[in-house]
Write a new protein. Sequence first.
Length: 221
Amino acid sequence: MSEASEHPAFEELQTQVRGELLERLQFFRLEPRVVIDLGAGSGAGAVALRRRFPRARVIAVDAEHALALAARRRHRFWHRIEAICADSGSLPLKARCADLVFSSLLLPFCADPLQLFTQAQRVLRPGGLMVFSALGSGAGSTLRGAIEFDMPPLAMAMAQAGFSEPVLDCERYRIAGEPAGVEVIFGAGFAGNSPAISQGSDGSSEYSVPLATLGSRGKPS
């Protein structure tokens, strides 16, 4: 992660954007069995997803092991959420294991959005939904180091990854240090058909590596 992710202004922005992304879920008819919070950070999004979908299995994924540990200490509902430390570009999850992928402001720290979308498409069941947010152009010096995007390339990357009907729009948010505000892109798309991958040997319907190598032990070896 860059220095932008640790800036108080980014934390403020993340709270607002995550809330908006959660609100947008109401426009979709969803009864997910498995939900993935990609780039879960502090775990606030995963907890909110667990509350919104109490019957769903929520899997929080983040590359920063320290963030996962902090989230476990902070949230009393954390024991009802599975957390794994893994890179978003190489998810240790089986194909077609999830119904919803939620990713709030992970893309500003992802050098290859196509790889992220490809992984999300792979783990979603056909017809599954991905919703995400990203920084638009002109993020300013406050969020120095964060990657900015334009909507057409993101929509193209989603289509290349296999998503159908990608929809993107943007909103502007006011944060400390940026009088002109920061543009945030919101996107959504449905997973198309992808080749199925055979089940692993650990007996899990979601994980592609033994569960003992995941979670608090960090990335799978």
